[in-house]
Each structure stands twice: as C-alpha cells, then as structure tokens.
Design a protein around this ligand. Structure first.
Ligand code: NDP
Length: 426
C-alpha cells in the first residue's frame, strides 16, 4: 500500500497514532501498547538489570518510507537528540525518489576468541590445533546444541600467534548464530574449548570471549542520488554533490572529522538499535574498530560523483551482527511493536535496514554541512528544547520558539525572559 506521509510531522502524537492505525501499520495489541505508553513493566526491568529503581523513557518516533531492496520500511527511532528523525526522514524521501537503498550481506557469522599464553612449543601447538580442528568444532557445538538444531553452529576455527610483551596464541572460533546476536552462544562454546586447548597446547588460557569486531558479519548499503533531487538548480546540485564527495574524503584524512562523521552515522543507527532492543554498545564497538581497519581511524562512508550521469553515489559498509531473537528482544513491549512496525524482519533484513539508516543519516548531515551549515536546521529544534527547559506548556511552546528565533542569539535565560513576559501580557 502506498502511503502519503505529507504533513505527518505537523500532526500531534495522537493524530500520528491514528494515522498508523488507519494504515494498519501495527497489530492492535502493539498499537494499544504505544498509545497507552505501556513501555517496559518494572517487574520485567527488574529481571533485566540489577538494583533497579525505575524506568527511563525516551522519545519513540518513526522515520517513514525507507525503500530498501525494493521493500518499503517504516522505521522506529528511539533518540533524545533533536533533528535526527527529521534528517533521516528527509534523506529517506530523497533516496527513495532515486530508487532507494541496495544492500549486500557479505556474511553473517560471529567471531570469538580463546587467548593462550605461556605456550611452551608454539609451532607444535599450532599443528596440534589444526589436527584436532574437527574435534574442537564438535566440542563447541556440543556445548550449545540448540543453535545447531536451529541450523547454526560453529563453522570454522583459526589460529594466530601474536608476539609482543607477552606472546599470545589466539584461537578464533567462527559461529553461525542464526537470528541471535550470539554473545552468550559464543561465550558458552568458547568456555567449553578452554580446557581442551590448554591440554593440547600446554599453555594457560587467559580468557574466552566473543569479539565485537564482527568482520564476518559485514553489510554494505549503497544508494545513488539523482542530481535533480539535490536542487532544482543544476549548477547548485552539482556543487552540492561535489562538496559531499569532498566531505567524505576529508573524513578519510582527518580523525577529528572522522569521529564526528561516524557519530552522525550512529545518530540513526543507535536510534534503530535502541528501538529494536539490540546491544548498541556491541555494534558501536565493532564499527569503530572497523573504521580503523586500514590502520588509521577514518570516516566509514564513501561518496562519489558521476558528472555525466548526474548522480551522487553513496556507500557504507559496517559489521552489523544485529539480532531478531534473544537478548532482551521480546521482553520489552515497545521492542515488540518495533518489529511489528518493520514487518518482522529477519536478522539479515534488520542489518540491511540499520546500515541503510546510517547511510541516510550521513547523507543528510553532509548535505546540511556543505550547504547551509548544520545550525540552520538545528536552531528551531534548539529553540524548542530551550522553551521546554524554561517551563513552557504545550500551548506556549510555538510562541516562545517564534520569539526566540527573532533573536540573533538565544539561550535558556532568554527563553525564560520571553516566557515570563508572555505570561504577564496574557
Ligand atoms: P541469548 O543468550 O538470548 O541467546 C539467543 C536466544 O534466542 C536463545 O535463547 C535462543 O533459543 C533464542 N532463539 C530463538 N529463535 C532463534 C533463532 N532463530 N536463532 C537463534 N536464536 C534463537 O542471546 P545472544 O547469545 O544472542 O546474546 C546476546 C546478549 O548478550 C545481548 O543481550 C548482549 O547485550 C549480551 N552480551 C554481549 C556481549 C558483547 O557484546 N561483548 C558480552 C556478553 C553478553 P535456544 O537457546 O532455544 O536456541
């Protein structure tokens, strides 16, 4: 069904929910949970963490109409940062007009490691591990039979010898974790290997743990944007496209910029990870390690231009071992609603959505940066935050924002002053 989202951002939250209902974008139970703000029950929260006192809520939003691999997704975002959802929605709209995102799942396996030290004869130990490879894989699978039943399991075992202040013999285990992220699955398997590895190598095991540097779970999202979507003025569109390319080159060369460039990508990615109950620390850790895989920390996206075709090409590759099952997914009613909104994606589909969102967010940020500057779009939202902080009620916010925007510079004191004056004049 084609949905006309025009004017959605101008609606009230209640009207937006009615819109979702009218377009049957959610199952009734999930719709009720969103409408009644039935987020995490305290009893569930108390099982998920320790010393629980209460719940911290964050805005739950939607960025509509992401066209990804020929399918349209309505993407839930959880973020407290103003302008992230607006920027993502804007980028999704432009990129959809040019054919949407295409994604490629390079692989989807998780890696874990057992680190051994004080190995008396490294060459012999490496040889022994190779000889026992299939027995070790079997041992790993026996430690977690349910994932094998689901069609996954340990697939490969590799070794490395790291010489340094202390020499380490490292055994890497590669596991197909199906729909799960796999941290607990891998950790269980790795701990089951520890003892046998110590016997074979004669060394001491230091630790057995999953690696978040998930280089066997890479996903690429790409898009091509027609110049005329950038501006009606051809010269202006060409200049914007070329400056976006320069911005991506700058982020490859300067770590100060790369860090912020990548933070912008994660503005969108983290929001979707939070909404879908995924471990955002794990994904962030893997992506920042991947940003340095060439030896220096760099911007994660690439933008190129074809002046003859009048197109801007964007690409983003990231380790994306997200989960559609396991962890806290299924425990939190809002997360259940997110999966419903997304059409119950598999882990691979969710990975494609998340990386596409990252690319969209990056496009929106770069476009703003190389044209009007980032503050132009932020000022209104910043004014709104200040109005709220000053204590403005819902029916006062618009007027305070309008007055603030008339000022060259504004801050919380100014917002308070405007609000006090406005109330006196009432
Ligand atoms: P779980 O321990 O929850 O394991 C996956 C669960 O999903 C299992 O109970 C499994 O059931 C169930 N499941 C149902 N359907 C499927 C399916 N189709 N494919 C796979 N599993 C399925 O989660 P993970 O092992 O994925 O670990 C993720 C959690 O670990 C996250 O909460 C993360 O925060 C945390 N963590 C992260 C670390 C890190 O990133 N370094 C370290 C330690 C923990 P069954 O058992 O019946 O197969």
């Amino acid at each position: 069904m084609k949905i006309n989202w025009t004017g959605f951002s101008k609606k009230t939250p209640a009207e937006r929910l009615e819109f979702l209902k009218a377009h049957e974008l959610l199952q009734d139970e999930n719709w009720q949970n969103l409408a009644n703000q039935y987020y995490l029950p305290l009893e569930t929260a108390n099982q998920m963490s320790e010393n629980v006192l209460s719940i911290l809520a964050l805005p739950y939003s939607i960025a509509p109409d992401f066209l990804i691999d020929e399918q349209v997704y309505q993407v839930p975002f959880v973020t407290e940062e103003p302008s992230v959802v607006a920027a993502a929605s804007f980028a999704a709209k432009i990129i959809k007009r040019s054919g949407g995102f295409k994604t490629k799942i390079h692989n989807r396996q998780m890696i874990g490691q057992v680190a051994l030290y004080d190995v008396p004869d490294v060459a012999k130990a490496l040889e022994q591990i190779q000889n026992e490879k299939s027995a070790l894989l079997k041992l790993a699978n026996q430690a977690h039979p349910s994932i094998v039943k689901r069609g996954g399991g340990a697939r490969e075992l590799r070794t490395d010898f790291l010489e340094g202040e202390t020499d380490f013999l490292v055994v890497y285990l590669v596991v197909d974790t199906q729909e799960a992220m796999g941290a607990n699955i891998l950790n269980t398997m790795l701990e089951a290997l520890k003892e046998r590895l110590e016997e074979i190598t004669g060394g001491q095991s230091l630790m057995a743990i999953l690696s978040n540097y998930a280089t066997e779970a890479l996903v690429t999202a790409s898009c091509e944007i027609d110049f005329h979507s950038l501006s009606r003025d051809k010269a202006e569109a060409e200049r914007t496209a070329q400056r976006i390319v320069l911005a991506s080159q700058f982020a490859k060369q300067d770590p100060y910029r790369a860090s912020t460039h990548n933070k912008g990508i994660f503005n969108g990615i983290d929001a979707v990870l939070l909404a879908t109950g995924n471990d955002w620390r794990a994904i962030e850790a893997g992506a920042h390690a991947y940003a340095a895989h060439d030896g220096a920390y760099q911007g994660l996206s690439q933008w190129e231009v074809d002046l003859e075709e009048e197109k801007l090409y964007g690409q983003l590759t990231l380790p994306m071992p997200v989960a559609a099952k396991g962890g806290s997914i299924g425990l939190n009613p809002m997360v259940v609603a997110s999966f419903d909104l997304l059409g119950q994606p598999t882990a691979k589909e969710l990975a494609s959505i998340v990386v596409s969102v990252g690319l969209a967010q990056n496009f929106a940020a770069l476009r703003a940066l190389v044209t009007t500057g980032i503050q132009a779009g932020h000022m209104k939202l910043q004014a709104k935050s200040l109005a709220l902080l000053a204590g403005a009620q819902e029916d006062e916010i618009a007027a305070v924002v309008a007055e603030l925007l008339k000022e060259k510079q504004f801050n919380q004191a100014k917002a308070k002053e405007i609000l006090t004056k406005m109330r006196k004049e009432k």
